[in-house]
Design a protein around this ligand. Structure first.
Ligand code: HEC
Length: 118
């Protein structure tokens, strides 16, 4: 196959992928930032209201993409990802709760500093 046709195939696949993502996104509840901040109070003891973990075995949530955070919460809700605390917490969340919480935590901007010698 020529390079040109491979490239246009890839472009076609990308367009199709975006269209599919768009479709599934429109079928989902839109997240509300203010609601998300209010609901994040129940997550704050471990993840912080600012999304920075308060305990060593807890991951940071701040700045992760919406798609990633939603995927993890849905996996906990469906039992595909298991953790004794998070599974119970996530199973108490509605679709709207997830959308709001994800809007809040993905909306937090993070900045990083590389280790000194780099
Ligand atoms: C009691 C502490 C605790 C509370 C409260 C808590 N979490 Fe968690 N959360 C954890 C731990 C621990 C993990 C890591 C689980 C693992 O090791 O697989 C985690 C993982 C996650 C992840 C996956 C992150 C990743 O990068 O893999 C998300 C998303 C998440 N929590 C969201 C929430 C939200 C939203 C709330 C509030 C509704 C919440 N958590 C409340 C302890 C907590």
């Amino acid at each position: 196959m020529s390079e040109k046709s491979t490239a246009s195939l890839r472009a076609g696949a990308a367009v199709l992928g975006c269209a599919l993502l768009g479709l599934s996104a429109s079928a989902q509840a839109a997240g509300d930032l203010a609601e998300g901040r209010a609901k994040a109070v129940q997550c704050a003891v471990c993840h912080g209201i600012d999304g920075l973990a308060k305990q060593p075995l807890v991951p940071n949530l701040a700045g992760n993409s919406e798609i990633y955070l939603k995927k993890q919460l849905d996996a906990f809700r469906a039992g595909k990802r298991q953790h004794e605390q998070m599974t119970i917490i996530a199973q108490g969340l509605s679709d709207q709760d997830v959308a709001d919480l994800v809007a809040w935590y993905s909306g937090i901007k993070v900045s990083v500093e590389l280790p000194a010698d780099n």
